[in-house]
Design a protein around this ligand. Structure first.
Ligand code: PLP
Length: 364
């Protein structure tokens, strides 16, 4: 089915009407019309406000993985040292991506149901290994967890690590990221999660220190960040910009700012709490360990005993609810409720939990 009455997939989320309207226009050639440049600049400012940064924000054509690669390829050379904090699939994957580029990678790893707590091991590793870059995933979407930015940002400052790279694809717009306060040099975001926009653009905030490294590395592949340093001033983008996608992203960012940033974050918290309370009432266990921090944007739930994922999923869909499964070691064992962006709504959460209750009751 193309569309479900109760959408709860943790990205891509349902597009709200203003986003659909903005993306669905017969735009001209982005590289010829100054109206496009105005839109790009406006979208950059809106994203910077949402991320709480004075840094430039690059908006690229592609989805989240594009900026994950862009940040690594634009800043690393073979032999550069990277500490990759891994508390989930994406954290581990980023470490592998950096290693694939020839970086010397040290993993600070925890099981996928945990979040970074005590930072002693990380601090020791920074002192001894002296990395050029620390990577971390803020919200591990497949696990429904949220890692702490403040502590790692503090270590970055204290030990003068040149680059703090944060995958915040499924947290930006749903919870506070505070890029400048947390000393994040590269904060990576996707349009299709809390921004409620089509999966055709992704963005990355770049600190002054990161720009200097980007200049020095001088990477010039398709996903290179360097050309974006001057793209607006020279009105010369490295490829035809995605006007439709950026218009959708702009509309999604505007919705967040019109609602109010803190109000939007509070809405995500309220809906997440509601989902977790209802799940507990149904005796459904959450995937994150009891002392892990859960993300306000996604809830990962252990599949109830006696159920196969395929059957459970089919029965939810038959009642109009679509949720996410999970990946890697969680595949077939965990399902996820994506209460992010347009889907962080009490009426959607309530309908979703009613369907889950119904399905369990019928089998029971
Ligand atoms: N990082 C995280 C934490 C994600 O959840 C995702 C997608 O689910 C990505 C990166 C990759 O984004 P995309 O699928 O848009 O390429």
């Amino acid at each position: 089915m193309k569309e479900y009455p109760i959408p709860m997939v943790p990205g891509p989320v349902k597009l709200p009407a203003p986003v659909l309207a903005a993306a669905n226009v017969n735009y001209g050639a982005a590289d010829l019309e100054t109206e496009f440049l105005d839109l790009y600049n406006e979208t950059e400012s809106a994203l910077a406000r949402i991320m709480k940064t004075k840094n430039r924000v690059v908006i690229a054509s592609g989805e989240g993985m594009l900026v994950l690669w862009a940040g690594l390829k634009s800043c690393l050379r073979p032999g550069d040292r990277v500490i990759a904090i891994s508390t989930g699939l994406f954290g581990e994957g980023i470490g592998r991506m950096a290693a694939g580029l020839g970086a010397e990678v040290r993993i600070i790893g925890l099981p996928y149901d945990q979040t970074l707590g005590d930072v002693t091991e990380l601090e020791e590793a920074i002192k001894e290994f002296r990395p050029k870059m620390i990577t971390m995933v803020h919200c591990e979407t497949p696990s429904g967890t949220l890692n702490p930015l403040e502590e790692v940002g503090r270590l970055k400052r204290e030990y003068e690590v040149p680059l703090f790279y944060v995958d915040a694809v499924s947290s930006i717009g749903g919870t506070d990221v505070s890029v400048d306060e947390n000393s994040i040099d590269l904060a990576l975001g996707g349009a299709q999660k809390c921004l409620s926009a089509p999966p055709s653009t992704a963005f990355i905030s770049v600190s002054q220190g990161a720009w200097e490294i980007i200049d020095e590395i001088d990477y010039d592949g398709y996903d290179a960040l360097k050309p974006f340093r001057t793209a607006q001033e020279s009105f010369y983008f490295p490829y035809t910009p995605n006007w439709h996608g950026i218009a959708g992203l702009n509309a999604g960012a505007k919705l967040i700012l019109e609602e109010g940033l803190e109000e939007c974050f509070a809405r995500h918290h309220t809906v997440a709490d509601y989902c977790r309370t209802r799940l507990a009432e149904m005796d459904l266990g959450l995937f994150p360990a009891p002392d892990a921090v859960q993300s306000p944007t996604v809830t990962a739930v252990n599949l109830p005993t006696g159920w196969e994922w395929k059957d459970f999923d089919a029965r939810l869909r038959a009642q109009g609810l679509v949720v996410g499964g999970s990946y890697g070691p969680m595949a077939g064992k965990v399902f996820r409720l994506g209460h992010m962006g347009s889907q962080a709504r009490m009426e959607i959460a309530k309908a979703a939990l009613d369907v889950i209750g119904n399905v369990l009751e019928r089998k029971g």
